[in-house]
Design a binder for this molecule. Sequence first.
Ligand code: FA5
Length: 332
Amino acid sequence: MRTVEELEAEATAEIGAAARSAELRDLEIKYLGKSGLVTGVTRLIGALPAAEKPLFGQKVNEIKQRLQALIESRERELKSTEHASQFEAERIDVTMPGRLWRSGQQHVLQQAMNKIKAVLSGLGFQYHESPDLELAKYNFDALNYPKDHPAMDEQDTFWIDDERLLRTQATALQGRIFEVTKPPLRAFAIGRCFRNEAVDRTHSHTFHQVDAFMVDEGISMADLKGTLGHFARSMFGGEVKVRFRPDFFPFVEPGVDYAISSPKVFGGQWLELGGAGLIHPNILERYDIDTKRYSGFAFGLGVERIPMIAHGIEDLRPFLENDLRFLGQFHG
Ligand code: FA5
């Protein structure tokens, strides 16, 4: 069996050799803990003759104190080098460039709607919010659709009940305006429209339309063409021409679909934008507007058409899918 002196020498050597402060914890337990080696020696006191007990006890206590002090001083040494290496490991290079934040941007359709708003407001048209959940009265009846007219089939939609539906066209604003405003007037709405349609590259159940109309004295197709020309030039820039072809909508007479062409867009191809025409006299009369004095034009188009043409996008479905790889490409 080792003597206490041997134990002390062994512990002193091990403490001196410890390379990390965590090892000192283990050594402290090994020698000085409750069932440690040095502690174990004190239990031998019982077997000593009474005269030797105090001296032996004192000796062991001194050894314990020396070892404890040794552990503490070694710990201070190790801690200071450990701190230094920790600082080294966690060193921050303040000269590194910062991480780039990805900032948000407006949706490409919102960008188009803002531009449309600016252009039409500049022409004196007043912007109006108009509800997505609309009365059939404004979406169809006020727009000169006879009851059960087949033209309504082209605009089948999501009915809430017999009177309310999700609007199929932004033209639904007309009746709301004519009820409360008398000519001369210029108004427009931009918003979501809904149709019960199979989704493909150019059709969606949910899309956006802008619809503008003007009623004043002596309004003719020439005013419509001039306005659409200015509108198209402002949206797409360059030399834009406007083409009308006859089309039918119950709320205009004559009715046309219109296309634009610009040497700067798709090599001058004709690109269809929407429908237009002179407001049907039936509508004006229904709202007590004197048709001998006043006439008006209206036009509507799909907002999706604008970025599709401007950016050469051939499929409108990604507009409604929140894929930032697609949307992040369009910066106003
Ligand atoms: C109309 O909705 C008429 N209200 C336009 C109008 C206004 C005519 C004023 C006369 C006077 P149309 O159903 O053709 O017309 O739709 C107009 C445009 O909306 C289309 O050219 C197209 O760009 C867009 N559009 C229509 N249905 C969809 C759809 N399902 N998905 C995406 N865009 C659509």
